[in-house]
Design a protein around this ligand. Sequence first.
Ligand code: SIN
Ligand code: FE
Length: 306
Amino acid sequence: MGLVTIADDSGLQRASAGQSEVWCRQLEEGNILFFPESPIAIQPEDRSFLLTLQQTSSGLHKNMAYKPAVDRVSGADIKGALPESAERLHRILREYSQHATEFLAAFLGPYEARWRLDYGSFRPEEEQGRDLPLRRRNDLMHTDAFPTRPTRGARILRFFSNLNPARTRDWITGEPFKTLLPQFAPRQIAFPRQRSTVAKLAADAACGIGLGKAIPALKRSPYDEFMIRFHNFLKENESYQANGKRESWYFPPGSSWMVYTDMVPHAVLAGQYALEQTYLVAPEAMVAPEHSPLGVLQAMTGQKLV
Ligand code: SIN
Ligand code: FE
């Protein structure tokens, strides 16, 4: 596992089908694809503008979020913000999301149109020493799972850009899910269990009459439940945090990287000012499904978990 560096001269825009598939496989095996020079251009004046932004109530919102499906920004309670600033932030986030998506559609051919755009974000806070409740901390190793947005087996692929003109964004990553899980399950964390037909019908019926919106837990499959438990388990596991295998990465100013954060345990230790867009990639689009958390869990339990 590691970092696959993709330099600007590797024909980024016009990747062959074979090359695209290699990149998808590298991601699905738990590598980070790293672009020393981001393929997504940010105008210098837009970047300067973003560097002036600071959140006022950062305890409430971890980042400023962009929701591509409804074209809205949330969490942007910008200090002393003028209405023009909110509009400008909105435009920059919209463009980043669009450009990242156009790039990925060409770069990762096998996934094109087989993903749902999840949120994008701008991360203006310094990550080092951030005061957040334990389960929300970014500096503890974890795999990602969204409590309010169950994926039902769709993969969490995230594309990041470091906008900081002077400082790296510092990550650590650990062994991927397939290697990590057997170290803990089922002794320290119980496996998920397939739902009975009756329980499944009841949950589907409740969502059918709109209750899923008010009670996100109703929409969760056994897979989603497990992934949330595993996220919490890792963050709360002091021995894993202190002694788990890890590698360090320093993403330089102007670089981008992407990784399946549902399978690669990660933490950000320092850095300020990043842009990010998240994709929920259909499980059917995987070129190496045996490495996916769902594939691993279903193989280990012999049960159907979504
Ligand atoms: C995370 O996904 O845990 C945070 C990564 C980052 O903001 O660099
Ligand atoms: Fe994360």
